[in-house]
Design a protein around this ligand. Structure first.
Ligand code: ADE
Length: 290
């Protein structure tokens, strides 16, 4: 069944990238359907206001519980202003095969979620959330209905999420230790990471099994033609045609890069005795050079 994503925001035009590239293609293939909803449709006063000053004082504004509550009720049930909203892909992709679409690769689905809990997943992007990871993306690629609540200003009245937990599974998530103006860009980031993992969206399952993070390590460097470019050569081993040597070189390049850029990942990565020996030798060499 296709994944349904609904996004509620006061800047619906910010979500236009959903219609392009990979996400647009998934919409066109009917693997994904997307509804973008303007929060102001649920504002009840003459000024269509969606925010108010915070209790307890302080700077900024807080988004109102009544407005968000009504919006999330309708989006969960596809009723009211949330009924029958569907984004269409911006450009026709189906007639144009992707350069990397592989012929003859069997599509292997992900294990069916034994989803006893049928409530939609409500994702609330916020710098105060738990960190979004590749493992979340993998798990959420099995969902049937994901709703993003994109807040602005100083956030959304917390009671909205306590109340929403009655009809949604609620997760407040952060995409990194920095502060954006609102949740829209974070929602796009999360949606892209999730949708690309749905079988059939990328031509080839292996292409994401080798991604950075999927085995707990960073992916190493890649090269293509020409062999020599501006005096720089492609590593010789990649031209050798020896698959075993190539695989070993790639593993070591990945270990080396992870050690240099994200040593924290090595603590929880699945490392063989050979990997550990390589890292030790590499580290010894590095400390001699310094
Ligand atoms: N909204 C503002 N900053 C954010 C962040 N870092 N992650 C998710 N949502 C956000």
């Amino acid at each position: 069944m296709a994944l349904r994503i609904d996004v509620v925001s006061i800047f619906p035009e910010y979500l236009d990238p959903f219609r392009h590239a990979l996400l647009g293609k998934a919409i066109e293939q009917q693997i994904l359907s997307v509804g973008v909803h303007d929060l102001r449709q649920w504002a009840s006063d003459n000024h269509k206001s969606v925010d108010d000053s915070p209790y307890g004082g302080g700077p900024g504004m807080v988004m109102k519980a009544e407005v968000w509550g009504a919006a999330l009720d309708d989006v969960a049930a596809h009723t009211g202003p949330a009924a029958d909203k569907h984004l269409v892909s911006a450009t026709p992709h189906l007639s144009r095969p992707r350069h990397d679409a592989l012929q003859g690769i069997e599509q292997v689905g992900y294990p069916e979620h034994s989803q006893a809990d049928e409530r939609p997943l409500l994702l609330v992007p916020t710098p105060a959330g738990t960190p979004f990871t590749q493992a979340d993306a993998q798990a959420w690629s099995n969902e049937q209905h994901i709703v993003f609540a994109c807040g602005r200003y100083e956030g959304i009245d917390q009671r909205v999420f306590e109340d929403a937990a009655r009809r949604y599974r609620v997760r407040e998530v952060s995409i990194g230790d920095y502060v954006l103006i609102g949740g829209e860009v974070a929602a796009l980031v999360i949606a892209e990471a999730v949708v690309r993992l749905i079988p059939g969206v990328l031509g080839n399952r292996q292409s994401h099994e080798e991604d950075s993070f999927s085995d707990g390590l960073l992916e190493g460097p890649s090269y293509s033609k020409p062999r020599q470019w501006r005096g720089l050569a492609v590593p010789e081993v990649l031209l050798s045609g020896n698959h075993q040597l190539v695989a070993q070189w790639r593993r070591q390049a990945s270990l080396q890069r992870t050690l240099e850029r994200r040593p924290d990942l090595l603590d929880s990565a699945d490392l063989s005795a050979e990997d550990v020996a390589f890292l030790q030798t590499y580290q010894q060499q590095r400390s001699k050079e310094q």
